[in-house]
Ligand binder design. Structure first.
Ligand code: CUA
Length: 389
């Protein structure tokens, strides 16, 4: 009774519903895909290329915020370049598959839609086609295999890169909510500590024939964090009780911005970091200064005494003084850093005083306590800190 059977009668109500839903989702996802490509294109056209070297030293809060370059598609290190290339390849493959499936799908859904004249006519009953089924099994399998090979090769290239003799070694410890950097020197017996600093990492540029990549050992003092400087390398987690490794090699001088990329508590979003790539002489000068003890300026003796007799010493180290705390950043050369509180405010007299008096006003929930001193005492401590160059 084919001639009189209606569509509902042939395929059943639930199948009809499935058909309608399938059409709905197919066209819906196609439109969402087009929308996503559109958004991507708009975002791309608005993104002004910002070279790391273009960013000026931080002076104001505004420049600090606008100088942050977190663009993965402007890589400036061999491994971030590899990652960007793989990403382009994946986006390309996805775009081709999307169009190969989406366009015919939309054409078929419109051209062969249910029409009035179709009522009561059963469509031709086709039960599969070997060539087509082989094609849509083998095609995706080959695509996935190619993606697998390219990704594996890239991961291997990044992981297996051995440290050349000129490499810089830094132990990075993630804290709630700041970064500790311990610069290490490699010798026969392993590594010895050179000095410790915080939040701003300085690294030397490589030269023709003398690569100077930076190798990091990543650890955590509390919870999980993730070290991420998009222009330099992919993310690597800092996991309590474990040491992870990564490296990067900046191609241009300048400041690179990064951020903690693993939720680690209240101030996770304020766990910025900055990497300054500079020429070898400047880097060596900086290292030589960092290795020195803090200066002792007799004109700020009162502030120094206040610092050393208050709870500041429980958390902070100032080399050359009894202050040996390990909880907060090393302040020995505080004033060589451009920012405070893990890259969120400029390291100027005004902000440093505000940070001392009321850390919560800048970083709510942070572990730096309010000391409740007199204005006079705060100013004396401020004057002392300002000498730590
Ligand atoms: Cu540290 Cu998020």
């Amino acid at each position: 009774m084919i001639g009189t059977a209606n569509t509902w009668g042939i395929i059943g109500k639930s199948s009809m519903l499935r058909l309608v839903l399938a059409r709905f989702f197919a066209i819906g996802s196609f439109l969402i895909g087009i929308f996503a490509i559109g958004l991507f294109a708009i975002g791309w056209s608005f993104a002004t290329p910002l070279h790391a070297a273009d960013s000026d030293p931080v002076e104001t809060l505004e420049s600090l915020e606008t100088d942050r370059n977190m663009r993965v598609f402007e890589p400036e290190s061999p491994n971030s370049t590899t990652i960007a290339e793989v990403t382009y390849l994946l986006i390309g493959i996805q775009a081709v598959i999307f169009l190969l499936v989406g366009i015919p799908l939309c054409i078929i859904l419109c051209r062969y839609r249910h029409r009035k004249a179709d009522d009561g006519i059963e469509p031709p009953q086709v039960y599969g086609s070997n060539p087509i089924e082989v094609a849509w099994t083998v095609g995706p399998a080959i695509t996935v295999f190619v993606i697998f090979l390219v990704t594996t090769r890239s991961i291997y290239e990044i992981r297996a890169a051995p440290a050349p003799p000129e490499a810089v070694h830094v132990r990075v410890v993630g804290h709630q909510w700041w970064w500790e950097y311990e610069y290490l020197e490699k010798n026969e017996s392993g590594y010895t500590s050179l000095f410790t600093t915080a939040n701003e990492m300085r690294v030397p540029l490589s030269e023709e024939g003398t690569p100077r990549p930076v190798y990091l050992d990543l650890e955590s003092a509390d919870v999980m964090h993730s070290f991420w400087v998009p222009q330099l390398a992919g993310k690597t987690d800092l996991i309590p009780g474990r040491v992870n490794h990564m490296w990067f090699q900046p191609e241009h001088a300048g400041w690179y911005t990064g951020q903690c990329a693993e939720y680690c508590g209240t101030q996770h979003a304020h766990m910025w970091l900055r990497v300054k790539a500079e020429n070898k002489e400047d880097f060596d000068k900086w290292v030589a200064n960092e290795r020195k003890d803090a200066v002792t300026d007799p004109t700020v003796a009162a502030g120094r005494t206040l610092f050393l007799t208050n709870a500041c010493v429980n958390c902070h180290t100032i080399k050359g003084t009894p202050a040996r705390g390990q909880v907060g950043p090393d302040l020995t050369h505080l004033m060589t850093r451009k920012t405070l509180a893990s890259g969120i405010i400029p390291n100027t007299k005004k902000y440093l005083l505000q940070w001392l008096r009321d850390p919560d006003s800048i970083k709510p929930g942070c572990n730096m306590p309010q000391m409740k001193l007199t204005d006079d005492d705060y100013n004396k401590i401020l004057d002392y800190l300002l000498t730590l160059k």
